[in-house]
Design a protein around this ligand. Sequence first.
Ligand SMILES: [Zn+2]
Ligand SMILES: [Zn+2]
Length: 332
Amino acid sequence: MPPVVSYGCWASTLKTKNSLHRRHSMIRLISHFAADNNNTPGRPSPTGPPPIQVSFTESAGRGVFATRRIGAGDLIHTAKPLVAHPSLALLHKVCYFCLRKLPTVHSSDALTHPLCSDQCIEQSKAFLEVEKRADWSPYNDYCRSQGLKYPLLVKRLACMIISGVASSDSLDVLQHAYLSPEMISEMEKEFCLLRHALLNGGIQDELMEFLTKEWYTGVLARIRINAFRIELVGGSYEDLLLLASASVEAEAAVGNAVYMLPSFYNHDCDPNVHIVWIGNVDARLKALRDIEAGEELRICYIDASMDHSARQELLFGGFGFRCNCLRCMSGD
Ligand SMILES: [Zn+2]
Ligand SMILES: [Zn+2]
């Protein structure tokens, strides 16, 4: 097991009584990703599980490590989201499930919840049956007026849980942000709107037992530091291989999503891995340079082109840690 250096943003998370449970969850998770990887069209066929492992150390940090040499430009693994939601501004322009851009439709033909394929129809059926029972306009209007995007992920997760396709603890394994009492009280309104929408939609009380203020804030505290802003790259996987760099031109954000395994990657201002989205919300983790067996795989949580002080400020404010990566230590 490779050593874990101490500057991951997960350093404070693992010394908990739940860590054994978390490890077991993660073992299941890796198996899931191995299976997932065998099914993705349009890329080289994999020959087994992804060449990575999530490791724990005495210092209680966790990170993702290479189990063999990985070449620059290689696709390391793919990941499907635990939960995803399109941006409110693009509700009629992208698939309501996988965020794929849809062909332009005339406004009279626009659907409330457009879905791009039979697969997306099938996979969203259960949560949509719950969601469609409620009137979401007060909730969506509130999110729109306050510029909030993460409550939409909580709404979708709540509908998934009520419909039985997700469990109420499905994000528990993720690191959570510290929330001040002020931040928690600001969530009161949206929490009440969510509960009321579901209650008014006739959802039975017993199906909503999980939906407490504590659950709501706990989920948001995890989404805050684990959500990825989804920027789709046009073109094929083959086109992207030619680029093999972090500076791929991406289009504007189509939504937000939370993943399991990608959330275990620690940060580096000079990362060796990056995440790209080609066509839809499925994440692809690609090596930016040659990586040796045992080396930690890291992504950059922020815009790496910012200067040293701007990066430190954003990482501390947004993720709660000071970065000590080699680039930061060199003063760059
Ligand atoms: Zn779709
Ligand atoms: Zn750094």
